[in-house]
Design a protein around this ligand. Structure first.
Ligand SMILES: [Fe+2]
Length: 203
């Protein structure tokens, strides 16, 4: 959901996901699709919340989890105020790919106020593995070392330039946080957020 660019709302996102699910079912592909949205930081979020237009990822400690995207260039003034307001609405923002934000790449302190307000962090697995360049990799490693990262995600866009690869990032993260925590990042915490039972344990 990105005002002026991707005019998505809860209903059309859900409809598209259901259509995709029906296609998978028709092809006997045993994959269950859940949908949510990456929500670009914007003043419109206040009305989207009020109108229940935001699809949430799930729940974390009793709060709804919203995947919040900062602009790539900077951390806007007032982002902390928006996060504090969301927390009051019982919404826990999860910040998408903070390791690729230019302000945060320059100084990790730009992220600290948002972490202190309780934001969860979703780091892109490929960034940990180095596919987004050295600066993003260094920042991703530092976020992991600080224990700030909630989950790793593929952030897959397609099968060519942005394929759905988690394992290289998980393996690279394991060198920083250990094997057990690396599985928390890609299996246990994501499952807890969507309320899923894991059907098979990770190695
Ligand atoms: Fe994004």
């Amino acid at each position: 959901m990105h005002s002026g660019r991707y005019e998505n709302r809860a209903a059309n996102i859900r409809d598209a996901a259901q259509k995709f699910q029906r296609t998978l079912d028709a092809e006997s592909i045993a994959l269950q699709i859940l949908s949510a949205a990456e929500v670009r930081l914007d003043h419109e979020i206040l009305s989207w919340v009020a109108e229940e237009q935001i699809p949430y990822l799930g729940q974390w400690q009793g709060e709804r989890v919203m995947l919040l995207e900062l602009p790539h260039s900077h951390v806007p003034v007032g982002a902390d105020k928006l996060v504090a307001w969301l927390r009051k609405q019982n919404i826990r923002p999860m910040i998408a790919h903070p390791e690729r934000n230019k302000d945060i790449m320059r100084s990790i302190d730009k992220l600290l106020p948002l972490v202190q307000l309780g934001c969860l962090l979703q780091v892109t697995a490929g960034a940990v593995a180095g596919t987004f360049g050295e600066y993003a990799q260094v920042r991703a490693a530092e976020l992991l070392a600080r224990g700030w990262v909630t989950v790793l995600a593929s952030d897959a866009h397609n099968m060519e330039s942005r394929p759905p690869e988690l394992e290289p990032g998980r393996a690279a993260a394991a060198l920083i946080v250990g094997e057990e925590e690396s599985w928390q990042l890609v299996r246990h915490r994501p499952a807890a957020i969507i309320g899923a039972d894991l059907i098979a344990e990770g190695s």
